[in-house]
Design a protein around this ligand. Structure first.
Ligand code: PMP
Length: 371
């Protein structure tokens, strides 16, 4: 089996799994219980939170453990926006659905939302952002790394522009950047951000929302006061510890893994340049973990099933997941070409990927021409 879908999810790291099992077994008390077992669990939960704050260097941020990044994005964005009566919001046309659909909903509720376009590399135009910024903007939300094409947004420059407006908050979906790209900014400069453990060799079922301690979020869930009331309910101390472990283990390896995956990506691009029926959608400066391509004269669905018959798993994108063949939103924004946006596939890499696996993929792709 050749797995090339690491952007969708990653296998759990053994050490992270061991941490989860150990903590979940030994700290089973409810962290809100007043007795010793409860307090032991609460200590582990606080320890995980403090260590995450340390590793990300965000001493002045709250941490709320969520089920995943979808929940983190929803709780953060609705929480911030619904606290205000009105106001303008700036985001992009290529956000993940857990951000994009939230803004579509807020738009229906009467909020003015600007969806920024992208250039041919999948990057927003900073001048366009600057033009829309004003003291009426309550929130700017721009993802760090796009999950479809891997484009990396200029977060450092965005931070500088937003900081001109003290009342404007910046939300960054860090899911595909965390542990994969060395940031050119400090996480402490971002007002709200989200991550997901299962994208960085942690377990499914845990993500996190980080937000500055001064920020008050409107409640979206009602229950106890656990997790500042933002995400009430019993905390899984095991999952919190596992998220902490995966960050502590994988963040220091970011550069080493990046360099390795960058070489693999170059090798894959080189191999693909021989195929005249393929056009790349990921730019040269995109995250090396993601390579998106469209097929010129071949049906995307046919190719994906052909690859699957050879036990090669890539992401089908919207080309095959939907019978209606809806164009993939990011690819359509990038190319303005419905055909290209309905025949895209995403190959995603990892430090676990080998050159031999890429060779095998290229060999099978070569045969695909005759399908
Ligand atoms: N944001 C981005 C950029 C993503 O790639 C994903 C996962 N595809 C999410 C948010 C949502 O993450 P989760 O699966 O943890 O809800």
């Amino acid at each position: 089996m050749l797995y090339f879908d690491y952007t969708a999810t990653t296998p759990i790291d053994e050490e992270v799994l061991e941490t989860y099992i150990r903590v979940e077994k030994n700290f089973f008390g409810n962290s809100t219980s007043l007795h010793k077992f409860g307090q032991m669990s609460n200590y582990m939960y606080e320890k995980a939170s403090d260590e995450i704050r340390d590793v990300l260097k965000i001493p002045d941020h709250n941490i709320v453990f969520t089920a995943n990044a979808t929940e983190a994005n929803n709780l953060g964005i609705y929480g911030l926006v619904l606290k205000q009566e009105s106001g303008k919001i700036i985001t992009t046309k290529i956000e993940h659905p857990s951000v994009y659909e939230v803004f579509k909903d807020l738009e229906k509720r009467g909020y003015e939302i600007i969806f920024l376009d992208i250039n041919q590399d999948g990057i927003i135009d900073l001048q366009e952002l600057e033009k829309h910024l004003s003291k009426d903007v309550i929130l700017v939300s721009v993802m760090w790394v796009n999950n479809i094409i891997g484009s990396v947004q200029p977060i450092k420059d965005i931070i500088e522009l937003v900081q001109e407006y003290p009342k404007t908050k910046l939300h960054v979906d860090c899911v595909q950047g965390m542990g994969k790209i060395i940031p050119d900014f400090d996480f402490s400069e971002i007002d709200l951000m989200s991550i997901s453990a299962h994208k960085i060799y942690g377990p499914k079922g845990v993500g996190a929302l980080f937000f500055r301690k001064q920020i008050e979020l409107e409640r979206r869930l009602y229950g106890s006061e656990a997790q500042l009331g933002v995400k009430p309910g019993t905390i899984s101390v095991g999952l919190a510890a596992a998220l902490c472990k995966t960050l502590k283990k994988h963040l220091p390896l970011t550069k080493e893994h990046y360099q390795y995956v960058h070489k693999l990506n170059q090798y894959l691009r080189q191999g693909l340049s021989n195929f005249d029926y393929i056009v790349l959608n990921s730019g040269e400066n995109a995250s090396p973990y993601i390579l998106n391509l469209s097929l010129k004269d071949l049906n995307g669905e046919t190719l994906v099933h052909f690859l699957e018959s050879h036990e090669i798993y890539v992401s089908t994108g919207s080309a095959c997941s939907s019978k209606l063949k809806k164009p993939e939103r990011t690819i359509y924004c990038l190319t303005n070409d419905v055909k290209r946006a309905t025949s895209s596939i995403r190959i995603s890499l990892s430090h676990l990927t080998t050159k031999e696996e890429i060779d095998k993929l290229l060999e099978i792709l070569e045969k695909a021409k005759h399908v």
